[in-house]
Structure formats: structure tokens, C-alpha cells
Design a protein around this ligand. Structure first.
Ligand SMILES: Cc1cc2nc3c(=O)[nH]c(=O)nc-3n(C[C@H](O)[C@H](O)[C@H](O)COP(=O)(O)O)c2cc1C
Length: 193
């Protein structure tokens, strides 16, 4: 099963790549998962500018980077989105990606890793709603990184053991659940053919 870990922030000095690398390494330990990291910096997109809603479009996406990203999303069976919370919502750069691509997301599992003053709880609730509209299955489990862990990672303090290790148990349940849904939906998609 192919899983993409998507780094949800592209800004300079971002934190998101750190938890993304951590969950990427945790997911890679599972032999049933083929895990790849996707950095949205490698797919710079304009603000949504397609002539037709992607849900209605019959032709390929017009923008070359959207085509490239949509190809990557299409190969995947499930997703881990690593997202900050910006003003109690999702980063515009991440929402832009959800808006640009449609059928490639459909009928696939998605789970969230978030951070912020309340561990990004608010952004995950919003992202789940977006995922449902894209015909995805957002899983019940999420990893909400507490502010102390984010602070330790960013400040370089208390690095031994790895600050993310306190989340190991949560990561295990999260990955178990994501794997279950990914497998179930992959089988269901195959039976659609
Ligand atoms: C525009 C902006 C809005 C923010 N709003 C929130 C917020 O609503 N809740 C929160 O917990 N943190 C908020 N923060 C703090 C972020 O959690 C923190 O800056 C985090 O490092 C951002 O993720 P990134 O570094 O991966 O971009 C905000 C940060 C920015 C830049």
C-alpha cells in the first residue's frame, strides 16, 4: 500500500518538516506500507485557477505542476497530512492543493498529524470536513503534537530521547488504523473496476 506523507507548510523556517520526517520514519518501519514524502515546495501552484471545477473536469488539469502532483496523489492509496493551524484553520497552501485535485483523492484513507497551542485540534476538525467532500475517509485517530514537544524540537533543547518519542504509542494506533482503512478502501476500489 502506497502512503504519501504530505508536508503541509511551505513557508521558510517551517516546523512541519520535522514531524513529517518523524512520522515518515515510523510509517516506513511497517513492511506493508510503501511510504513517500511529498514536499509541496516541489509543486509550486498558483492560487486555484482551473477553468472548470476539478470535480466536473473531463480533461487533464491545465497547470503542469498540478498534473505532476495529481499524478503523485493518484498513485497513492492513503495519506498522512502534517499540518499547522493558521488562525484556527488550515494553511491556504494546503487547501489550495485539496481544491486543485479531485478524483485522485477519492475513496482513499487520510489521517492527520498536527501541532499548535492545542495540538492543532481545530485544524484537524476542519481538514476532516474538507476530506469528506473529496470523497475520502478521514480516520478517527490523529496525532496532536503538544506545544512542549514542538518547542523542544525547535529550540534544540531536551533532544535525548527524541521529543517525538512520547507520541510513539499514539503513532502506533494511528498507523494501525490508517493501514486498516487504506487496505479496506484499496480492496473496495479494486472491486469497482
Ligand atoms: C499565520 C499564522 C497563524 C497562526 N495561527 C495559529 C493558530 O490559530 N493556532 C495555533 O495553535 N498556532 C497558530 N500559529 C502558530 C503556529 O502553530 C506555529 O507558527 C507553527 O510553527 C506553524 O507551522 P509551520 O512552522 O509548519 O508553518 C500561527 C502561525 C502563523 C504563521
Amino acid at each position: 500500500m502506497k502512503i504519501l506523507v504530505i508536508v503541509g507548510s511551505t513557508r521558510q523556517n517551517r516546523f512541519s518538516e520535522k514531524p513529517a520526517k518523524w512520522i515518515f520514519e515510523e510509517a516506513k518501519k511497517r513492511k506493508e506500507l510503501d511510504v513517500e514524502m511529498v514536499d509541496l515546495r516541489d509543486y509550486p501552484l498558483p492560487f486555484f485557477d482551473e477553468p472548470i471545477s476539478p470535480a466536473m473536469a473531463k480533461e487533464p488539469y491545465t497547470n503542469k505542476n498540478v498534473q505532476k502532483l495529481a499524478g503523485k496523489i493518484s498513485e497513492a492509496d492513503g495519506f498522512i497530512i502534517v499540518s499547522p493551524e493558521y488562525n484556527h484553520g488550515y494553511p491556504a497552501v494546503l487547501k489550495n492543493v485539496f481544491d486543485y485535485v479531485y478524483k485522485e483523492w477519492n475513496k482513499k484513507a487520510i489521517g492527520f498529524v498536527s501541532y499548535g497551542s492545542v495540538g492543532g485540534a481545530r485544524v484537524v476538525e476542519q481538514l476532516r470536513q474538507v476530506a469528506i467532500e473529496l470523497q475520502m475517509a478521514p480516520i478517527r485517530y490523529a496525532i496532536h503534537i503538544p506545544p512542549q514537544q514542538s518547542f523542544d524540537v525547535m529550540s534544540g533543547k531536551n533532544q535525548e530521547p527524541n521529543p517525538f518519542d512520547v507520541l510513539k504509542h499514539q503513532a502506533d494506533s494511528f498507523l494501525d488504523n490508517l493501514t486498516w482503512w487504506t487496505r479496506a478502501l484499496k480492496k473496495a476500489r479494486e472491486s469497482d473496476k
